[in-house]
Design a protein around this ligand. Structure first.
Ligand code: SF4
Length: 149
């Protein structure tokens, strides 16, 4: 399969979902690349974080298009990634300029800032998140020198 990825409102911040989707498909032998308007794809994934972000206004040549993120599914965030993708080690090759690892230490937030949906979507209790798949290491090897956001 040929897979195209669109980071719709990426602003120099890597998209963790797209990195996981990329790794998932590459592990299955699929061809994965950043979406190019003139190319045809078997499937295109579109990730959008902010509801107010402009969408792609070009024709997308694809047999299937899957959209995800709170930008498309406000305020509940829409369906989560399938378990087999969620727990895939991300493809950091998608963002070679990033230079650091990304992952979640917690999900949810006890505060209720009016503009934010984290508490509504993830709960008001900051529960732990299994970060190790994002870094490809077990808990005994996690280094405190890794930047985590
Ligand atoms: S995550 Fe959202 S609700 Fe929690 S402090 Fe940040 S902006 Fe406020």
């Amino acid at each position: 399969m040929k897979i195209g990825l669109i980071d719709v409102d990426g602003h120099n911040w890597p998209s963790l979902p797209l990195m996981k989707i990329s790794a998932y498909h590459k592990a299955r032998g699929d061809e994965v690349e950043a979406w190019f308007p003139m190319n045809h794809y078997d499937k295109v994934y579109m990730s959008k974080v902010f509801p107010g972000s402009a969408d792609i206004d070009s024709v997308i040549y694809a047999d299937e298009i899957e959209r995800g993120g709170t930008g498309y599914f406000y305020p509940d965030g829409g369906p989560p990634l399938p378990e087999e993708i969620e727990h895939t080690f991300p493809d950091y090759g998608l963002y070679p300029e990033a230079g650091r690892a990304y992952g979640f230490l917690t999900r949810g937030c006890p505060r209720q800032c009016g503009f934010c949906i984290v508490g509504k979507r993830r709960g008001r209790s900051p529960g732990k998140s299994p970060i190790y798949p994002s870094f490809g290491m077990d808990s005994g090897k996690l280094s405190s020198s890794i930047p985590i956001f």
